[in-house]
Design a protein around this ligand. Structure first.
Ligand code: CAA
Length: 386
């Protein structure tokens, strides 16, 4: 597979890097402390076309490929993983769903403002008692005689939960059909009976906004069904396939950011009469970290290119997320070790990388779920060949 970037890819990566360094980095430490949502930054990302990167220009998006998307996300995550997840959810889990499964009327009404960054979206699949076992949706949406649905239940761990304008929500419309009776809806903040919980106090990605949601007899008109009644679980899974490439790129950005800081520090810090980058113990660590970062980048680019080629990328996306999230934890841990005691305090920034990295092994499918997805695809591929 050819991993050469085009001139456009390089221009997008550089634009994202420039924006991250000048517009995001200055407030990242403070927002990590306070948990403040980066409202202005998200607005500017929208103006730059980063909130609907892969959405067609016809619907207000930038019309770029998945490779451009992962290059931009890595640059943003290098500086602030909180901003990266806000961007990733809006792009992969919200705009993509509406563009792929929505009607033209829904695209005009919801996708255009989301892709241009005027509105923000959230994706609501997990529930208080249901995370990995996503077929067991307990939230219900019961069809009424006038064609509308009444939604009842709760969702948990919703990224952009308090700040979003529109919410992609999955609910059981026909429990007898199990996961074939799940339907996808789009809701607005402020609908009667739709309650937004308090922002969670998290270990990492602290300035992103995560909360639970409650639904008590929320009346949903039929024009808010995305796709068809009963198609929801398939929509949820196909959406997460693409989302996982984004989270992999976020994990890579966390790792490569920690790597950059470690190299810089290794020039500054002296021990045993020389800069520590002349000590073999540190050199070996840096070399191992770099191999992992580059291997993750290859897996992510492969997944993105497979998606761009219109081929099945389920396994490639899961492998990229599984590996990138795991090495983000390892590289962040080693970055702290390279920094010694300074790595353990906030000022040197690498402790944030470790706190931010952990969630990439959990959301959009835990590492355990990625193993299941990869193994099942392997069996399918074997059966197809034999
Ligand atoms: N792509 C497309 N379809 C898929 C799929 C995939 N990756 N994985 C499963 N499916 C389909 C199957 O083909 C099957 O379809 P049919 O019944 O029509 O044949 C259907 O889904 C059910 O699949 P299984 O029979 O394999 O069901 P299972 O219960 O054994 O496994 C699962 C399902 C793979 C574990 C699934 O529940 C899953 O992916 N769980 C993880 C959920 C998850 O990732 N949650 C993240 C929440 S969102 C989030 O984190 C966003 C955020 O805020 C950042």
């Amino acid at each position: 597979m050819n991993f050469q970037y085009s001139e456009d890819h390089i221009a997008i990566r550089d634009a994202a890097r420039e924006f991250a360094e000048h517009e995001i980095a200055p407030s990242a430490v403070e927002r990590d402390k306070t948990g403040e949502f980066p409202t202005e930054i998200v607005q500017k990302l929208g103006e730059l076309g980063f909130m609907g990167m892969m959405t067609a220009p016809e619907w207000g998006g930038a019309g770029l490929d998945a490779v451009s998307y992962v290059l931009a996300l890595e640059e943003i995550a290098k500086v602030d993983a909180s901003v990266a997840v806000i961007m990733s959810v809006n792009n992969s889990l919200v705009c993509w769903v509406i563009e792929t499964f929505g009607t033209n009327e829904q695209k005009e009404r919801f996708l255009r403002p989301l892709a241009t960054g005027q509105k923000l979206g959230a994706y609501c699949l997990s529930e208080p008692g249901i995370g990995s076992d996503a077929t067991q949706q307990a939230t219900t949406a019961t069809l009424q005689s006038d064609g509308s649905y009444l939604m009842n239940g709760a969702k948990n761990w919703i990224t952009n939960g308090t700040t979003a304008d529109h919410y992609i929500v999955f609910a059981q419309t026909d429990p007898a059909k199990k996961h074939h009776g799940i339907t996808c809806f789009i809701l607005d903040k402020g609908m009667p009976g739709f309650e937004i919980g308090l922002k969670e106090d998290k270990l990492g990605i602290r300035s992103s906004d995560t909360c639970s949601l409650g639904f008590t007899d929320v009346r949903i008109p039929p024009d808010r069904v995305i796709g068809t009644d009963g198609q929801g679980f398939k929509i949820a899974m196909e959406t997460l396939n693409g989302g996982r490439i984004g989270i992999a790129a976020q994990a890579l950005g966390i790792a490569s950011g920690a790597m950059d800081k470690s190299i810089r520090y290794s020039f500054e810090r002296r021990a045993f009469g020389k800069p520590i980058n002349q000590l073999q113990a540190i050199q070996f660590k840096l070399a191992d970290m770099q191999v992992k970062v580059e291997a993750a980048r290859m897996l992510i680019l492969r997944a993105a290119r497979t998606k761009d080629a219109g081929q099945n990328y389920i396994k490639e996306a899961a492998m990229a997320k599984l590996y990138a999230s795991s090495i983000a934890m390892e590289v962040a841990t080693q970055a702290i070790q390279v920094h010694g005691g300074y790595g353990y305090v906030r000022e040197y920034l690498v402790e944030r990388a470790l706190r931010d990295a952990k969630i990439t092994e959990i959301y959009e499918g835990t590492s355990e779920i990625q193993h299941i997805v990869i193994a099942r695809q392997l069996m399918k591929e074997y059966e197809l060949r034999n």
